[in-house]
Design a protein around this ligand. Structure first.
Ligand SMILES: Cc1cc2nc3c(=O)[nH]c(=O)nc-3n(C[C@H](O)[C@H](O)[C@H](O)COP(=O)(O)O)c2cc1C
Length: 158
C-alpha cells in the first residue's frame, strides 16, 4: 500500500500535521511532500493520497488550489483520498460579526474533497480541521496526536 501525503503550509503548522500523519501511517510506504514539489511520478501507483492545506480566506491555499486544478479529470480513479486543513477555532475570534462570516465561509478541507472527487478519487472519512491558536500558530495542544489517531482510524480497515 502506497500513500502520498501532500501538504501546503505558509507558517509550518500544516506541515507539522502532515508529518505526524505520515508517521502515523507507519509501516506502509509513505511519502510526505510539499505541494509545490509533487510531480506526476509521485502519483504513480499510489493507493492513498492525503491532502492538507491551511484554510486561507475560507479556501485551500493558492498552491493547493492550483495543484488540484491541474490534475486531469479521472486521473485519480482507484485512489482513496483523505483531506484535512488547519484553521482557527471559531470561539477564539473576538468580533461577533467576523465569527459569523467565518462560520458561514467554509474551510479548505471540504473544498479539496469536492475537487478530488471530480478528479476521480474516492474520498474516505470526513474532511477534518486541526486548530491553530493564532494565524501563525502554534497548533492547539494535542492536535498532532489527534491527527495521528484520526488518520489511523480512517485507514485501518482499508
Ligand atoms: C490571509 C489569511 C487568511 C486566513 N483565512 C482563514 C479562514 O478563512 N478561516 C480560518 O479558520 N483561518 C484562516 N486563516 C488562518 C490560517 O488557517 C492559519 O494561518 C493556518 O492554519 C496556518 O497554517 P500554516 O502554518 O500551515 O500556514 C487565515 C490566515 C491568513 C494569513
Amino acid at each position: 500500500m502506497k500513500a502520498l501525503v501532500i501538504y501546503d503550509s505558509v507558517f509550518g503548522n500544516t506541515e507539522k500535521v502532515a508529518q505526524a500523519i505520515g508517521k502515523a501511517l507507519g509501516t506502509k510506504s509513505v511519502t510526505v511532500k510539499k505541494v509545490t514539489e509533487v510531480g506526476d511520478s509521485d502519483l504513480k501507483d499510489v493507493d492513498w493520497i492525503i491532502t492538507g492545506s491551511p484554510t486561507r480566506a475560507f479556501r485551500p491555499s493558492e498552491g493547493m488550489t492550483a495543484f488540484l486544478k491541474k490534475l486531469a479529470m479521472g486521473s485519480l480513479k482507484g485512489i482513496r483520498a483523505v483531506v484535512f486543513d488547519t484553521r482557527i477555532p471559531l470561539e477564539t475570534i473576538k468580533s461577533k460579526a467576523f465569527r459569523f462570516i467565518v462560520s458561514k465561509g467554509g474551510y479548505a478541507a471540504p473544498a479539496m474533497a469536492k475537487v478530488l472527487q471530480t478528479k476521480g478519487a474516492e474520498v474516505v472519512g470526513k474532511p477534518e480541521g486541526f486548530f491553530v491558536l493564532e494565524s501563525e500558530g502554534p497548533l492547539a495542544e494535542g492536535e498532532l496526536e489527534r491527527a495521528a489517531a484520526w488518520v489511523k482510524s480512517i485507514t485501518k480497515n482499508q
